[in-house]
Design a binder for this molecule. Structure first.
Ligand SMILES: C[S@@+](CC[C@H](N)C(=O)[O-])C[C@H]1O[C@@H](n2cnc3c(N)ncnc32)[C@H](O)[C@@H]1O
Length: 519
């Protein structure tokens, strides 16, 4: 039986499809809620260990610049499509630890959070955990659209960075960014190059559907038409595309024209070049591009496609640049470096860091091990879980996911385990960047510290909980219990009176009155 299909859009060149506008609209309308609610995933891609990996590479790059005598001018670290800001926080936290131990004069740096969504930029500007970084000039915010922006207006510093203004290379971070930009689409069969169009249909009536619901209902109908030759204005694009004719067989191929034009715009800002760090799902090996079916749209509220890192790398090399891509096949994440810099071989620290934190062991490995942990969590003991938390860079989401098991295990600990667990909890708090989610991490950490009999520390975390969520009967109750354990009689009585005045109907406070302070 033939089902009726609603026509959403007739055939258009892939990069001009309505899909891309819907994607922008989704981010514009949803703002940080996209990540707060967990609709767009970011745990495996922006966790603390990923931040640490980027920080290692940035730190190495700063050392290379210092070795080349470039100590004085500021290095701008521009995060493209920063979204939620959590990755930036992780990078800044790790980077400050590394730079404090550098033992050499490094160039100053300023991290610039950018996006096309004004709500996200406002969120960054108002976030309490970012204020110390804004205050000392290590952080700024700018609107930057990959499609067309040619300048950076730094909102805190009140300066505009325009063509050739920078005396240091610009460092750009593109984490899960190229997968959200429009791509051109081609089809290669038996040496013949074809352009591709896509039409959009839906099995359900699209009237009144929001972007996420529409994405879930969309069907993409591809069509191809033979091309005599690549028709870009940019000869390098044409030569990369023409090269694929001999190299790939019977395959659909995404070509990141707009991503490459974005890199061109970024390159213009500095007299010294551009260093791009990028992680995403995608491929840099030519054989991974072969025999690809029509591209699969990955839906998660918004949509994304896999990234043709091969083309990004080829473009960098055609500009006499240097590229680092994973030496070993990856499972989930590709992390690559594009050095649009003269004499790339001078960046020895950066190369060594890449060898260590990507080729040696890196985010792709961790993402697999995190999944393993979640599957086997109930069989894990405390040292194993603490090991996983340390391996994950003390990531707070990883912590939340293993918390029920940690609570069980904290009931019976050795002296050494008690110390290690408490140390681990403080580290996790130090890495926590709130998106104002409903989960109260401080309260949970306070509860664990109470169970471990670290009452002074527990009080501190219950206070953090109150600072963020306001007074609740539970945080009062726990704080009062801490005062009882610490024999802080006056604080005990005063806080109990305050709690009863705030929450006169909370019956459990009466039990606290029965506690014997003299015991
Ligand atoms: C998949 S999210 C990634 C967010 C974050 N980088 C991460 O790794 O979780 C894509 C981000 O790119 C932004 N974005 C989409 N189109 C963009 C464009 N043309 N220029 C700049 N940012 C864009 C979106 O607003 C969103 O914040």
């Amino acid at each position: 039986m033939q089902h009726h299909r609603y026509e959403i859009e007739t055939a258009r060149p892939f990069a001009e499809s309505l899909i891309w506008q819907l994607n922008r609209d989704y981010y514009q309308k949803t703002g940080v809620e996209a990540w707060r609610a967990g609709t767009v995933p970011h745990h495996l891609t922006s966790n603390s260990m990923v931040g640490k990996t980027y920080a290692e590479l940035i730190f190495a790059f700063l050392r290379d610049l210092a070795d080349q005598g470039q100590h004085h001018d500021k290095v701008y670290l521009l995060e493209l499509g920063a979204g939620h800001g959590r990755l930036a926080f992780h990078i800044l936290r790790h980077l400050e630890v590394f730079t404090a131990q550098a033992g050499m004069q490094l160039p100053p740096y300023c991290y610039v959070l950018s996006d096309i969504v004004e709500d996200n930029l406002q969120f960054f500007q108002q976030h309490p955990q970012f204020q110390p970084y804004f205050a000392d000039g290590r952080l700024d915010v700018a609107y930057f659209d990959a499609i067309g922006s040619q300048e950076l207006e730094l909102r805190h510093a009140g300066i505009t960075i325009a063509a050739a203004d920078l005396q240091q290379p610009l460092l750009a971070i593109a984490n899960y960014f190229f997968d959200s930009l429009p791509n051109d689409l081609f089809y290669f069969k038996d040496g013949q190059l074809s352009s591709c169009t896509v039409a959009l249909t839906s099995a359900v009536d699209p009237t009144g559907l929001d972007e996420a619901a529409l994405f879930a209902a969309l069907e993409l109908v591809y069509d191809t038409a033979p091309l005599a030759r690549p028709g870009y204005e940019n000869p390098i694009f044409n030569s990369i595309l023409a090269g694929y004719r001999q190299l790939v067989f019977n395959t659909f191929l995404l070509f990141p024209r707009l991503g490459l034009e974005c890199l061109d715009n970024l390159r213009q800002l500095s007299q010294k070049g551009l260093f791009v760090l990028s992680m995403d799902k995608g491929f840099h090996e030519i054989h991974d591009l072969e025999h690809a079916p029509a591209p699969k749209m990955i839906t998660h509220g918004s949509v994304s496609f896999s990234v043709n890192y091969h083309a990004l790398g080829a473009y960098c090399q055609q500009h006499a640049g240097t590229v680092f891509f994973p030496e070993f096949a990856t499972f989930n994440l590709e992390l690559g470096c594009l050095l649009f810099l003269p004499k790339g071989e001078r960046f020895t620290e950066t190369r060594a860091a890449y060898q260590r934190v990507v080729n040696g062991f890196g985010p792709d490995d961790i993402s697999g091990l995190m999944k393993f942990t979640y599957r086997h969590i109930n069989d894990m003991d405390l040292p194993e879980l603490i090991g996983v938390l340390r391996m994950g860079g003390y990531d707070s989401t990883l912590f939340k996911n293993v918390l029920p098991r940690l609570k069980q295990l904290s009931l019976q600990v050795t002296f050494n385990e008690r110390t290690r667990l408490a140390q681990t909890l403080h580290q996790i708090w130090g890495m926590y960047f709130t998106l104002n989610e409903p989960a109260d991490l401080a309260f949970e950490i306070g509860g664990l510290l109470y169970a471990l009999a670290y009452y002074d520390d527990a009080v501190r975390y219950f206070q953090y909980s109150t600072d963020h969520f306001g007074h609740t009967p539970d945080s009062y109750y726990n704080r009062i219990l801490c005062y009882y354990q610490l024999r802080h009689d006056q604080l005990f009585s005063a806080t109990l009176r305050e709690a009863q005045a705030h929450f006169p109907d909370f019956a459990e406070f009466a039990q606290l009155e029965q506690l014997d302070l003299g015991a």
